[in-house]
Design a protein around this ligand. Structure first.
Ligand code: ADP
Ligand code: MG
Length: 287
C-alpha cells in the first residue's frame, strides 16, 4: 500500500543516514532529473588549508595572518576556519563590528581601519586590487586554489591562498548520477579557474562566481525538470528551499536540517544517488 512503501523507504533510509521528510519528498526525489551541488563542504571536505600568504604591501606574512585572523574571528566559513588555524600561536588582531556578506567576504574594524577579507572579484569591484596582483592570483587559481584578498581602505595588503580537497567519492557520485540519466552541476561562489579545475577532475558541469542570489536563480531555472540542490546549508538555505528537493549534507548545521526537505548524515556524496535510487524504488512499489 502507499503508506507502507513510503514508511519502509523512510525507515530503511534513516538506518543508512538518508533522511527524507515524508511521502511528498520521496515522490519529488524519485522525479529528480538534475542535481546541483554546492562545492565547499559538499563536494569538497570544506576544510581548506592555507597554502600561500603573499604580501602586497610592506606588511609581512605574520602581520597579514594576524590581521586576517582578526577580521575572520567571528566567521564560521571554512575559509575563516583555515585562516584562524594557520594563525594559531599568533594573537588575532582585535576586531569589532564584523560583518559577513555571503559569497563575498567579511569586513571588520581592526585597529582603527575597516579591513576586508574577500574574493578577488569583490576586492577589485571595490577598487581595492591593483592590476599587478591579477597575474599572481590567476596562477594560484589555475592550480586549483581559492584566493582571498586582505584589504584596507587604501588598497590590498596581501593575498591568502587555500586548497580544499575534493571528497574521495565525489567523482564516483557524479558517475552514478550520469549512469542513472541525471545531470550533475556544481554551483559555486568560488572563481572560474578553481571551479573549472575541480569540475574537470570530477567529470561534472559547473557554474562559478555565483552569489547566493545567482544560485537561487539557477535553481529556479532548472525547477521544471525536477532539481535537487545539495548544500551545507549555511549560505545555501535559500537555494535548498527553492529546489524541488533540498538536501542538507553532513553533520551540517541545525538550520539546514530544519529548512531542508532531506539530509544525508554521513559525509558521503554517493549517498545522493543512493537516496534517489531508494525513492525511485519506493515509488515503483506503490504503482
Ligand atoms: P561556495 O559556493 O564554494 O560555498 P561561498 O559562496 O561560501 O562559496 O563563498 C564564495 C567566495 O566568497 C569564496 O570563495 C570567498 O572568495 C568569498 N568568501 C565568502 N566567505 C568568506 C569569508 N568568511 N572570508 C573570506 N572570503 C569569503
Ligand atoms: Mg558554501
Amino acid at each position: 500500500s502507499v503508506p507502507a512503501a513510503i514508511a519502509s523507504a523512510m525507515s530503511s533510509g534513516a538506518r543508512r543516514g538518508l533522511l527524507m521528510k515524508g511521502g511528498a519528498v520521496i515522490e519529488a526525489t524519485a522525479q529528480i532529473r538534475a542535481v546541483a551541488f554546492d562545492k565547499t563542504g559538499t563536494l569538497t571536505h570544506g576544510r581548506p588549508q592555507v597554502t600561500d600568504v603573499v604580501p602586497l604591501s610592506d606588511l609581512d606574512q605574520t602581520e597579514l595572518l594576524r590581521l586576517a585572523a582578526g577580521v575572520e574571528s567571528d566567521s564560521s566559513h571554512p575559509i575563516a576556519r583555515a585562516i584562524l588555524q594557520r594563525a594559531e600561536g599568533l594573537t588575532p588582531a582585535r576586531a569589532e563590528d564584523a560583518r559577513a556578506q555571503a559569497g563575498r567576504g567579511v569586513s571588520a574594524m581592526v585597529e582603527g581601519r575597516l579591513l576586508h577579507v574577500s574574493s578577488p572579484r569583490e576586492a577589485s569591484e571595490q577598487g581595492l586590487l591593483a592590476d599587478g596582483a591579477g597575474e599572481q592570483i590567476a596562477t594560484m587559481e589555475s592550480a586549483g586554489k581559492t584566493v582571498v584578498v586582505l584589504s584596507a581602505p587604501d588598497g590590498a595588503l596581501g593575498l591568502i591562498a587555500l586548497r580544499d580537497e575534493a571528497r574521495a567519492d565525489a567523482g564516483e557520485a557524479i558517475r552514478q548520477l550520469h549512469a542513472m540519466g541525471l545531470s550533475g552541476t556544481i554551483l559555486t561562489g568560488d572563481n572560474q579557474r578553481t571551479a573549472a579545475a575541480i569540475a574537470e577532475a570530477l567529470g561534472s558541469d559547473y557554474r562559478a562566481g555565483m552569489l547566493p542570489a545567482d544560485k537561487l536563480a539557477a535553481i529556479a531555472g532548472m525547477a521544471d525538470q525536477g532539481v535537487m540542490m545539495v548544500g551545507d546549508g549555511i549560505n545555501d538555505a535559500p537555494a535548498l528551499k527553492q529546489a524541488s528537493v533540498g538536501v542538507a549534507m553532513g553533520s551540517g548545521t541545525d538550520v539546514a536540517l530544519e529548512t531542508a526537505d532531506a539530509a544525508i548524515l554521513r559525509d558521503r556524496v554517493t549517498d545522493i544517488p543512493a537516496m534517489i535510487r531508494l525513492a525511485r524504488a519506493a515509488m515503483r512499489n506503490i504503482r
